[in-house]
Design a protein around this ligand. Structure first.
Ligand code: SF4
Ligand code: SF4
Length: 333
């Protein structure tokens, strides 16, 4: 599937995160109590620097030109990984032209750590996106269990250290009036970019509201006025798949070493029929990554499925007529 020399990777370094965002896959709202809770079997595993060196070996760097590594994922914050700095260094040593992207809630680690991280990244092309969903009075309504002032001081230390930062603002009804103030503050603090995102996740629900209880208090999240859920719920599909992973030459590496085409299929929520072909031959700790990318039974089956019976995720995210890809709802400034 990945026949071109230039390639990108999206990495889930662990299953660890400090935040409890109500619409994140990690978390759920208890049907009986309304309590916002973290799912079981999380915060247990991460890719180590040893795993990482084994996966991204000399053969990989000889075969592919790695254009970008994006430390983001479905269920983790990359800053929670103990070996993150060494992992980043592994990329810098093997290809100083690889762009390093990181998405974080910014709530972990000290100012000193962030200053050092800014200095490390200042030598290469990079961007770290901080999820800051409002100002002091609104940020934690969605980014639960993180502290606005700590996030801002970490981001500022990172910028002072030489890092390039983006402010990523998830827009809801309770914070949409603060976008212009946040944009001005981002500029003042030295963020390179400000982007706000209208989340399509309310399309998965009957209503565009979500109530939850956290530490004895009840909160309500409501979709922003730029509602996208109604259109998505009634969207008509063409049946023609335009695979984003193939188009971007990007693959997804999970924290157990498994290789997937993208973060959507890696969620393993709905694509059971397709995933019956995904076995330990797709694990890059046990098998050679270059071999997986250039010649694998699973990727052959995936490509075949687009013409015969596309999986749930492929239809939802990559139908060329109507899809619910987050990147459609990002406003960059
Ligand atoms: S910060 Fe990211 S991984 Fe952590 S709970 Fe929020 S959305 Fe999920
Ligand atoms: S959802 Fe399917 S079509 Fe879209 S990027 Fe992933 S594998 Fe490709």
């Amino acid at each position: 599937m990945y026949s071109k020399k230039t390639i990108k990777v999206h990495v889930e370094l662990s299953n660890i995160c400090n935040a409890i965002c109500p619409q994140c896959l990690r978390n759920y709202i208890d049907k009986n109590t309304g309590e916002l809770s973290v799912r079981d079997a999380l915060n247990t595993h991460e890719l180590t620097i040893e795993d990482y060196r084994q996966i991204f070996d000399n053969e990989f760097f000889r075969t592919f030109h790695l254009k970008r590594v994006n430390f983001c994922g479905n269920i983790s914050d990359p800053i929670a990984s103990r070996d993150l700095q060494e992992i980043v260094e592994h990329h810098i040593i093997n290809n100083p032209n690889t762009q390093i992207k990181v998405a974080t809630n910014g709530g972990l680690k000290s100012n000193g750590w962030w200053r050092e991280f800014g200095d490390l990244l200042s030598h290469v092309k990079h961007l770290v996106s901080f999820g800051i969903d409002g100002l002091e009075d609104t940020h934690s309504r969605y980014r639960v269990n993180t502290n606005y002032n700590k996030v801002i001081s970490n981001a500022t230390a990172f910028i002072e250290g030489g890092g390039k930062a983006a402010w990523q603002f998830l827009e809801f009804k309770h914070n949409e009036h603060q976008i212009s103030e946040a944009r001005a503050l981002a500029k003042e603090l030295g963020f390179e970019e400000f982007k706000h995102i209208v989340t399509p996740r309310f399309a998965n629900r009957k209503t565009n509201k979500l109530a939850y209880t956290f530490r004895g208090e009840t909160f309500v999240l409501e979709e922003s006025s730029k509602s996208v859920s109604t259109g998505l719920k009634s969207s008509v599909k063409s049946g023609h798949i335009l695979c984003k992973a193939l188009d971007d030459h990007e693959f997804f590496l999970d924290h157990d070493g498994s290789v997937y085409p993208c973060c959507w299929v890696a969620q393993r929520k709905h694509d059971h029929e397709l995933l019956q072909y995904h076995d330990n031959r797709m694990n890059a700790i046990e098998n050679n990554l270059t071999g997986i990318l250039t010649n694998s039974f699973f990727f052959d089956k995936l490509e075949e499925s687009w013409d015969t019976k596309p999986s749930y995720s492929c239809i939802k995210f990559c139908d060329d007529e109507n899809n619910s890809r987050k990147d459609k709802y990002v406003f960059r400034e």
